[in-house]
Design a protein around this ligand. Structure first.
Ligand SMILES: NC(=O)c1ccc[n+]([C@@H]2O[C@H](COP(=O)([O-])OP(=O)(O)OC[C@H]3O[C@@H](n4cnc5c(N)ncnc54)[C@H](O)[C@@H]3O)[C@@H](O)[C@H]2O)c1
Length: 262
């Protein structure tokens, strides 16, 4: 029995240079997809491509800032030109508040606009150009977005949480609009992942000691007692973008060790 779930598909992954995006790009390639690895840090996207190619997979790196419409248009066009069609678009990029632990009133309006621009603006652009491409091809296609448990339950982090709540609602509405065209849209909602680049992006000291402290506190919050890893998310992503999930759309899929079930 073949275990290759994405044979013949072309997948685009944003934020593919690190964390969830890098792990997912690799897993998609292992499952037979040709992968366009998009990241604002081209050198990091290229490193993911190198790893995929070392494993015998097919991938290409593109420099993409998800807040720039022209970059997103080029990202989708690159996938279509190189591989003939686009089947999967994983809008995974998200950034934390510039100062981790910041409360609502700690944010300047500029901070707010930056989070909105990347976290929901980037997903809006990614979904829009995915839908345009799927309709142009006249074929079904799959969108996956990265939300967060922060958009499902409130623990603080108001501005980040609001952007992720918006990602969730956008995902569900795109699923409904896309359904008549065979387009599916789902979101994964990870809980705390101390081992990706995300915490450092949030200005948290990224020493090994700090990471382990964070891992311990994250684990304590999860009923299953472990932090979430990028690999956990990648496994959920593979399932949701594959034909095994052909009748699943509009779902906000927690990857959270039971966190939101509590
Ligand atoms: N780490 C966590 O605790 C956690 C928890 C819940 C949800 N999430 C979400 O998971 C997703 C992936 O996060 P991660 O933990 O893998 O983070 P990460 O920082 O390891 O990876 C994010 C990648 O996105 C890229 N990126 C940032 N801004 C970009 C832009 N404007 N355009 C293109 N690329 C850009 C970065 O260069 C990086 O390679 C995000 O949406 C994040 O909000 C993370």
């Amino acid at each position: 029995m073949s275990h290759v779930l994405l044979e013949g598909k072309t997948a685009v992954v944003t934020g593919a240079g690190s964390g969830v995006g890098a792990a997912s790009a690799q897993r998609f390639a292992e499952e037979g997809a040709a992968v366009v690895c998009a990241d604002i840090r081209l050198d990091h996207a290229k490193e993911t491509v190198r790893r995929i190619e070392a494993g015998g997979g097919v991938a290409v790196a593109v420099e993409t800032d998800v807040t720039q419409e022209r970059d997103i248009a080029e990202m989708i066009a690159t996938a279509a030109d190189r591989f003939g069609h686009v089947d999967i678009v994983f809008n995974n990029v998200g950034i934390p508040t510039p100062r981790l632990g910041a409360t609502l009133e700690d944010h300047t309006f500029q901070d707010f606009q930056r989070l909105v621009s990347v976290n929901i603006g980037g997903v809006f652009l990614g979904c829009t150009y995915a839908v345009l491409q799927f309709k142009r091809q006249g074929s079904a296609g799959v969108i996956l977005n990265t939300g967060s448990v922060a958009g499902l339950v409130a623990w603080g982090g108001a501005v980040y949480a609001a952007t992720k709540g918006a990602v969730h609602q956008l995902t569900k509405a795109v699923a409904i609009e896309g359904a008549p065209f065979g387009i599916r849209a789902n979101a994964i909602c990870p809980a705390g992942m101390p081992y990706t680049g995300f915490m450092a992006a949030g200005g948290l000291e990224s020493s090994a000691e700090m990471t382990e402290k964070l891992a311990a506190s994250t684990a304590a919050n999860h009923p299953l007692g472990r932090p979430i890893t990028a690999q956990d998310c990648a496994e959920a992503a593979v399932f949701l973008v594959s034909d095994n999930a052909a009748n699943i759309t509009g779902v906000l899929f927690p990857v959270d060790g039971g966190y939101v079930a509590r």
